[in-house]
Design a protein around this ligand. Structure first.
Ligand SMILES: NC(=O)NCCC(=O)O
Length: 338
């Protein structure tokens, strides 16, 4: 979403006659996906806790010899809970409060996702913190980093994964205590039994002028790992890796059936590409893709420049959400939540 404009979907629906809208949508989005209905318990829980739930099903021909394998994938599109300038005098308190508030909110969302029967859920890039990499400041943002294996976020999600028999993909800012506290942009993959299956580190780092995340971490060293889970083989292509077709290809070569793209991206950097890249990857590599972006505008205490040609400012831009899932036949879910 940019400014007052909410979404292509909403605009098309508003301005096209229904018969033309159906045809335009068929061409833009491929085969129709079916909208899933959720129980009144799920709906009222979401309303009470101030989030929305949307679900869609992709259809496939039933085979005679093999039973259908239905995998329910969840994508959490969220915004930070406290402003980055929250009136907490001590920055360390701020870290504690922001992370705690986010963990609480995400636990609530995962509780509801479990009621929707979700098997594999993925959070957005660096979900435990504001997307502060645009500031290039070390403090206090690097204090959000934590161990992938036994940090507080992983511990919490291990409990939830076990409780709900759910695979959880948790993209965090990782501090690798075994190697000099080096930082990485990492997705932790937690199995449905609550064990850490492994990690996958972001392998393409944006360096677009002075928006330069290599201030914090360099290209990951975990290759294009694919994790065998109870529900299928999954890979994680973090944010900027989305721009590189060879990156998507390698997850496919390594056997991925679903590739997640946890992201944090804003209109000026990527919005026209967003709806193409993960969808194209699904078609080109014959797997499902799940592109997840955060929402909201995050205002930082100090001004910074961020490769948009503007004078120094305090926000990186608007995170336009628009998360979606795409299938190998090119069909995709609509964008109904921003
Ligand atoms: N987080 C991140 O990699 N942002 C890059 C923005 C983009 O190119 O989508």
């Amino acid at each position: 979403m940019s400014g007052e404009f909410e979404s292509v979907d909403k605009s098309l629906k508003k301005h096209l006659p229904p018969s033309e809208y159906a045809e335009v949508r068929r061409i833009l989005y491929g085969n129709e996906v079916s909208k899933l209905e959720f129980s009144s318990e799920v709906q009222s829980e979401a309303e009470q806790k101030d989030f929305e739930v949307q679900g869609y099903g992709f259809s496939a021909l039933k085979e005679e010899e093999r039973p259908a394998r239905i995998v329910r994938v969840g994508a959490i599109q969220n915004k930070i809970v406290l402003p980055t300038t929250a009136p907490v005098v001590e920055q360390t308190f701020y870290i504690v409060f922001q992370a705690a508030a986010l963990r609480q909110r995400i636990s609530d969302i995962i509780d509801t996702a479990a009621k929707c029967g979700v098997n594999i859920i993925c959070l957005q890039e660096a979900w435990t913190m504001p997307f502060a990499f645009c500031t290039r400041e070390k403090h206090p943002w690097c204090q959000f980093a934590e161990s992938a294996e036994d940090g507080p976020t992983t511990k919490l999600l291990q409990e939830l994964a076990k409780k709900y028999n759910m695979v959880i993909i948790s993209p965090i800012l990782e501090r690798d205590g075994n190697h000099g506290d080096i930082l990485w942009n990492t997705s932790v993959v937690i199995s449905n039994t609550g064990t850490v299956l492994g990690i996958s580190r972001k392998n393409h780092i944006p360096r677009t002028g002075d928006f330069n995340e290599s201030t914090y971490y360099m290209e990951g060293n975990t290759g294009h790992k694919v994790f065998q889970t109870q529900y299928g083989k999954i890979g994680i292509n973090i944010c900027y890796g989305r721009h590189h077709p060879q990156n998507w290809l390698m997850y496919g070569v390594n056997g991925a059936e679903i590739v997640f793209n946890p992201s944090a991206t804003v209109g000026a950097l990527s919005e026209p590409m967003w709806c193409i890249e993960a969808r194209n990857a699904a078609i080109a590599n014959s797997y499902f893709t799940c592109a997840i972006n955060r929402v909201g505008t995050e205002l930082f205490p100090n001004e910074f420049t961020s490769a948009d040609g503007k004078p120094a400012h305090k926000d990186f831009g608007h995170f336009y959400g628009s998360s979606y899932v795409a299938a190998p036949d090119g069909s995709r879910t609509p964008t109904e939540i921003f």
